[in-house]
Design a protein around this ligand. Structure first.
Ligand code: UDP
Length: 300
C-alpha cells in the first residue's frame, strides 16, 4: 500500500528560555544546567540507574537518590506538571502512571523520541496509503454516517466497532470521558520555522506543542505548514474524541462495558483507542487489529 521514508521523530521542549531534547536525557541536562552541575547529575543518574535506562518521572521522584531529588523535581515542574495539566486537566499523579511513563527520562544521549528499530513514514502520506487500502472491491466506505443509522442494516454481520465503547451501548452505564484537541493550522513564509518536527511548550501558551510537517514528510517548499494543539474536553456533537482518560475512576467505569462486550463475543468485536478505551500508539493499534483478525475473526 505504500513505500516508506525513514524518519526519526525528534522533539524539543521550550524550558527556561532554551530548547532542549525530549525525552529528557543527558543532552537535555547539558543544555539546561551549568557544566559542573550537569556532570554531577549525569554521574549520579548513571550510578543509580545505569546507562541506557529509562526511568518514569513519577518513579524518579519517589525513589531518586537524595542528590537526584532536585533534578527529579525540576523535570516534574518544568516538563511534566503544566504540560499534563493542559493536556488532561489533571496532575501526572492523578493519571495512570503509564501516561507520563510514555515519555521516560532516558539515561542516554539518544535524542530520538522513539527507540523502535523500524521507524518510517509513508512516502506519499497516510491519506494516500489509506486510499490504496480502501480501494478494494469488497470495501465500501460511508463517511458522515452515524453507526446508529446503519446498525440495523446488516443483521447477522460480524462487526468490528472502533468508535467509543460507551456510545455503542448507548451510555447504559454512564458516559466515559475522552480528551479532544483543537488544531490551529497555519503557514509561515520561511523555509523552516523550527529545528525539529515538534516543539513542546510545557509552561507557556494554551497549546501543548507545535508540529512542523515538512520534517515528517521530507517535503521541500519555500513556505512551511505548522499545527498548534489545544487540548479540550470531548463534547459529543462539538468535537472528536481522541484520547481515553486513563485514571482509576475510568478503569472502574469501563468494567461494566467490557462485561457487556464479552457477552457479544463472536458477533461484535471492539478495537482501537475508543473501542478498547486504551491509550494505544499507532503501532499498538495496528498490532491490535492484526491480532484481532488472526486470533479471533479469522477463526470465528
Ligand atoms: N508529557 C509531558 N511533557 C512533555 C511530553 C509529555 O508532561 O513534554 C506527558 C503528558 O502527560 C502527555 C504524556 O506525557 O500527555 C504522553 O506524551 P505523548 O507525547 O506520548 O502524548 P501523545 O503524543 O500521545 O499526545
Amino acid at each position: 500500500f505504500t513505500e516508506w521514508r525513514p524518519y526519526f521523530h525528534h522533539v524539543v521542549a521550550h524550558v527556561d528560555g532554551k530548547y532542549a531534547p525530549i525525552p529528557f536525557n543527558l543532552n537535555t541536562i547539558e543544555d539546561l544546567f551549568p557544566r559542573r552541575m550537569a556532570e554531577a547529575m549525569t554521574q549520579a543518574l548513571i550510578d543509580t540507574y545505569g546507562y541506557g535506562a529509562k526511568v518514569p518521572i513519577l518513579r524518579m521522584r519517589e525513589e531518586g537518590a537524595e542528590q537526584l531529588r532536585y533534578l527529579a523535581d525540576y523535570i516534574y515542574k518544568k516538563v511534566f506538571e503544566n504540560y499534563t495539566f493542559k493536556q488532561w486537566s489533571l496532575k501526572p499523579e492523578e493519571l495512570n502512571p503509564s501516561v507520563s511513563a510514555r515519555v521516560p527520562i532516558h539515561i542516554s544521549r539518544d535524542n530520538r523520541y522513539f527507540q523502535d528499530v523500524y521507524q518510517a513514514m509513508p512516502v506519499d502520506g497516510y491519506s494516500a496509503m489509506f486510499a490504496r487500502i480502501l480501494a478494494h472491491e469488497n470495501i465500501s466506505v460511508a463517511t458522515s454516517t452515524e453507526f446508529e443509522a446503519v446498525r440495523g442494516l446488516y443483521p447477522g454481520a460480524r462487526i468490528v466497532f472502533t468508535g467509543p465503547i460507551d456510545e455503542y451501548f448507548r451510555f447504559e452505564h454512564g458516559a466515559l470521558p475522552y480528551r479532544s484537541l483543537r488544531f490551529r493550522l497555519f503557514e509561515r513564509p520561511e523555509a523552516e520555522a523550527q529545528p525539529v518536527g515538534t516543539v513542546n511548550y510545557p509552561n507557556e501558551f494554551d497549546f501543548t506543542r507545535i508540529t512542523e510537517f515538512k520534517h515528517l514528510t521530507g517535503q521541500k517548499a519555500d513556505g512551511t505548514i505548522l499545527i498548534e494543539e489545544y487540548p479540550e474536553a470531548y463534547v459529543p456533537g462539538r468535537n472528536e474524541p481522541y484520547y481515553p482518560v486513563p485514571t482509576e475512576d475510568t478503569a472502574a467505569a469501563l468494567v461494566p462495558y467490557q462485561d457487556m462486550a464479552n457477552t457479544l463475543k463472536g458477533k461484535i468485536w471492539f478495537a482501537g483507542r475508543l473501542g478498547d478505551y486504551a491509550y494505544y500508539n499507532m503501532d499498538q493499534a495496528c498490532g491490535r487489529a492484526l491480532a484481532l483478525f488472526e486470533k479471533q475473526l479469522a477463526v470465528a
